[in-house]
Design a protein around this ligand. Structure first.
Ligand code: SF4
Length: 300
């Protein structure tokens, strides 16, 4: 096995693949509403990810729509995807997560959020759900560099990520960290520094995204003005393979490419063929006699 992907994790744990139900939980984002910033991260679209989700009818309706088409033996992950899904009062979080867990076939509660929206109270609410389901919290770190974080308008510094990870670890909440490959002014050196930084933490999972330039974003303006240069396909494959070899073999790789809504992708054109990218990464690992964790030196 070249790397430990999510399908393998599901098969080992549940005997089958789980499907994702992507949910728009009706949250906003502190990096858009002015609490810590406005305008959002430069690559973020108007819907804060999950542009494909039909959010009509509330959370339970979104879940029911999928379950009504599903077989009795199918299993699911309820994935709160859009914006910042811990950005509300504890009682609101409790109510919204509960609204998604309406069927025993939903085995995992997956919460996408930001490190500055993780605190003790929120961890306590999330812990309550761990008694009933497997729970993951996804954090959009993207890069360990505070310099790049300022360029992409991420709205928090890495010490904030460290505090959030400390809390998640205290409450034994599994963390999935998002990394982006191809950010402005980042190259091989910055990817290596991010891997080195991450080696300090205990990660349940990693999501690797290639940067996509979506129409209507600040990044699209930077591309237009020449302030952003798109990485090549070869660069992405080499860097993604580097990350895989530099994370522990026990960390689950939840994804290896990003998703851009149909029709909104401005660049890179090679980003559309996800299978080709994944094949390219596997080939690179195999040709170098490498695999996940083969260059990882220190277990955290
Ligand atoms: S934190 Fe997430 S939702 Fe908020 S602006 Fe950044 S990418 Fe968008």
């Amino acid at each position: 096995m070249l790397y430990y992907n999510l399908s393998t994790y599901f098969r080992n744990k549940y005997g089958k693949r789980l499907k994702k139900i992507c949910i728009d939980g009706g949250f906003t984002c502190p990096n858009r509403d002015g609490r810590c910033g406005t305008g959002g991260c430069i690559f973020c679209g108007e819907r804060g990810s999950g542009e494909h989700i039909d959010r009509s009818g509330g959370i339970d309706e979104q879940v029911k729509r999928v379950l009504s088409q599903a077989g009795e033996d199918e299993l699911f992950v309820a994935y709160f995807q859009n914006f910042t899904n811990t950005y509300a009062a504890p009682e609101v979080l409790r109510e919204r997560y509960s609204a998604a867990l309406i069927d025993e076939r939903i085995r995992v509660l997956d919460i996408g959020t930001r490190p500055d929206c993780i605190d003790e109270e929120i961890c306590k609410v999330i812990s309550e759900f761990m008694e009933k389901r497997e729970v993951w919290v996804e954090l959009g770190l993207q890069t360990a560099s505070d310099k790049t974080a300022a360029i992409i308008n991420r709205g928090y510094k890495r010490e904030c990520f460290e505090r959030a990870m400390e809390l998640l670890e205290k409450y034994r909440i599994p963390a999935v960290v998002h990394l982006m490959v191809g950010l402005p002014e980042e190259g091989d050196r910055e990817i290596a520094e991010t891997c080195e930084y991450l080696s300090r933490f205990k990660l349940f999972g990693v999501k690797i995204h290639s940067v996509y330039v979506m129409a209507g974003t600040r990044l699209a303006e930077m591309l237009d003005s020449g302030d952003y240069k798109v990485q090549t396909e070869e660069d992405f494959i080499r860097r993604a393979a580097y990350i895989i070899t530099h994370i522990p073999e026990s960390t689950v790789i939840h994804r290896l490419t990003g998703d851009c809504p149909e029709g909104a992708l401005l660049a890179p054109s090679w980003g559309k063929d996800k299978h080709k990218l994944i094949d390219g990464i596997s080939r690179r690992l195999a040709e170098n006699g490498a695999r996940q964790g083969s260059e990882f030196l220190a277990e955290p």
